[in-house]
Design a protein around this ligand. Sequence first.
Ligand SMILES: [Zn+2]
Length: 127
Amino acid sequence: MDNFKVAIVNYICPICGRVAEENIICNSLLTPKVASEVEKLHNQNVGYSDHACKDCAKYKDDVVYFVGINEEKSTNKDVYRTGQIAGVRKEASLVSEVEKFIITLEDETKFCFIDVNIGKQIGLWND
Ligand SMILES: [Zn+2]
Protein backbone atom coordinates (compact mmCIF):
# COMPACT_ATOMS: atom_id res chain seq x y z
CA MET A 1 0.00 0.00 0.00
CA ASP A 2 1.53 3.27 -1.11
CA ASN A 3 -0.81 5.54 0.80
CA PHE A 4 0.77 4.89 4.17
CA LYS A 5 4.43 5.07 5.18
CA VAL A 6 6.35 5.01 8.42
CA ALA A 7 9.78 6.57 8.87
CA ILE A 8 12.31 6.96 11.64
CA VAL A 9 13.62 10.50 12.01
CA ASN A 10 16.49 11.78 14.12
CA TYR A 11 16.65 14.70 16.49
CA ILE A 12 20.16 15.96 17.01
CA CYS A 13 21.90 16.79 20.26
CA PRO A 14 22.38 20.61 20.21
CA ILE A 15 25.78 20.18 21.83
CA CYS A 16 27.66 17.44 20.01
CA GLY A 17 25.49 17.06 16.91
CA ARG A 18 24.97 13.33 17.32
CA VAL A 19 21.56 11.68 17.40
CA ALA A 20 19.86 12.39 20.73
CA GLU A 21 16.48 10.92 19.98
CA GLU A 22 14.72 8.93 17.31
CA ASN A 23 11.09 9.38 16.52
CA ILE A 24 8.75 7.36 14.42
CA ILE A 25 6.53 9.35 12.14
CA CYS A 26 3.81 8.30 9.75
CA ASN A 27 1.38 10.12 7.55
CA SER A 28 -2.14 10.72 8.76
CA LEU A 29 -3.31 11.90 5.37
CA LEU A 30 -3.55 8.72 3.33
CA THR A 31 -2.44 9.88 -0.07
CA PRO A 32 0.53 8.65 -2.13
CA LYS A 33 1.98 12.19 -2.16
CA VAL A 34 2.07 12.63 1.60
CA ALA A 35 3.20 9.03 2.04
CA SER A 36 6.17 9.59 -0.23
CA GLU A 37 7.10 12.74 1.71
CA VAL A 38 7.21 10.67 4.88
CA GLU A 39 9.29 8.02 3.13
CA LYS A 40 11.86 10.63 2.10
CA LEU A 41 12.37 11.59 5.74
CA HIS A 42 13.48 8.11 6.76
CA ASN A 43 16.76 8.25 8.71
CA GLN A 44 17.05 11.98 8.17
CA ASN A 45 18.02 14.55 10.76
CA VAL A 46 14.97 16.73 11.15
CA GLY A 47 15.98 19.15 13.86
CA TYR A 48 17.53 19.70 17.24
CA SER A 49 16.41 17.83 20.29
CA ASP A 50 15.17 19.75 23.34
CA HIS A 51 17.58 17.75 25.47
CA ALA A 52 21.18 16.58 25.27
CA CYS A 53 22.22 13.09 24.18
CA LYS A 54 23.18 10.59 26.88
CA ASP A 55 26.91 11.30 26.59
CA CYS A 56 26.55 15.07 26.95
CA ALA A 57 23.92 14.79 29.69
CA LYS A 58 26.34 12.77 31.84
CA TYR A 59 28.24 15.88 32.89
CA LYS A 60 25.38 18.37 32.96
CA ASP A 61 25.63 18.89 36.72
CA ASP A 62 29.29 19.84 36.56
CA VAL A 63 29.98 21.68 33.34
CA VAL A 64 28.75 24.20 30.85
CA TYR A 65 29.58 23.13 27.31
CA PHE A 66 31.30 25.58 25.01
CA VAL A 67 30.48 24.72 21.44
CA GLY A 68 32.77 26.10 18.74
CA ILE A 69 31.13 27.84 15.81
CA ASN A 70 32.21 29.77 12.74
CA GLU A 71 30.41 33.08 13.10
CA GLU A 72 30.88 34.07 9.48
CA LYS A 73 29.21 30.91 8.24
CA SER A 74 26.39 31.03 10.79
CA THR A 75 22.97 32.51 10.17
CA ASN A 76 20.19 33.51 12.54
CA LYS A 77 18.49 30.23 11.81
CA ASP A 78 21.39 27.89 12.20
CA VAL A 79 24.88 27.98 13.60
CA TYR A 80 27.82 26.55 11.76
CA ARG A 81 29.49 24.12 14.14
CA THR A 82 33.20 23.60 13.75
CA GLY A 83 33.28 20.45 15.86
CA GLN A 84 35.11 21.69 18.94
CA ILE A 85 33.37 21.16 22.25
CA ALA A 86 34.78 21.86 25.68
CA GLY A 87 33.18 21.28 29.06
CA VAL A 88 34.03 24.08 31.50
CA ARG A 89 33.33 23.61 35.19
CA LYS A 90 30.36 25.68 36.32
CA GLU A 91 32.33 27.49 39.02
CA ALA A 92 34.93 28.75 36.54
CA SER A 93 35.01 32.53 36.06
CA LEU A 94 34.67 32.03 32.31
CA VAL A 95 31.18 30.63 32.89
CA SER A 96 30.00 33.67 34.83
CA GLU A 97 31.43 35.93 32.14
CA VAL A 98 29.25 34.36 29.46
CA GLU A 99 26.21 33.86 31.70
CA LYS A 100 23.77 35.74 29.50
CA PHE A 101 24.67 33.65 26.45
CA ILE A 102 24.16 30.31 28.14
CA ILE A 103 21.31 28.21 26.79
CA THR A 104 19.62 25.72 29.12
CA LEU A 105 17.96 22.68 27.61
CA GLU A 106 14.89 20.85 28.91
CA ASP A 107 17.07 18.42 30.83
CA GLU A 108 19.07 21.30 32.43
CA THR A 109 22.15 20.71 30.29
CA LYS A 110 23.78 24.09 29.72
CA PHE A 111 25.83 25.25 26.77
CA CYS A 112 26.84 28.31 24.86
CA PHE A 113 28.22 28.99 21.41
CA ILE A 114 31.59 30.59 21.04
CA ASP A 115 33.52 31.63 17.99
CA VAL A 116 36.09 28.95 17.33
CA ASN A 117 38.95 31.47 17.19
CA ILE A 118 38.01 33.06 20.49
CA GLY A 119 37.81 29.59 22.03
CA LYS A 120 41.32 28.96 20.79
CA GLN A 121 42.60 32.29 22.14
CA ILE A 122 41.30 31.56 25.62
CA GLY A 123 42.63 28.03 25.54
CA LEU A 124 39.46 25.94 25.26
CA TRP A 125 41.00 23.97 22.40
CA ASN A 126 44.16 23.93 20.35
CA ASP A 127 42.92 24.02 16.81
ZN1 LIG B 1 25.51 15.20 22.73
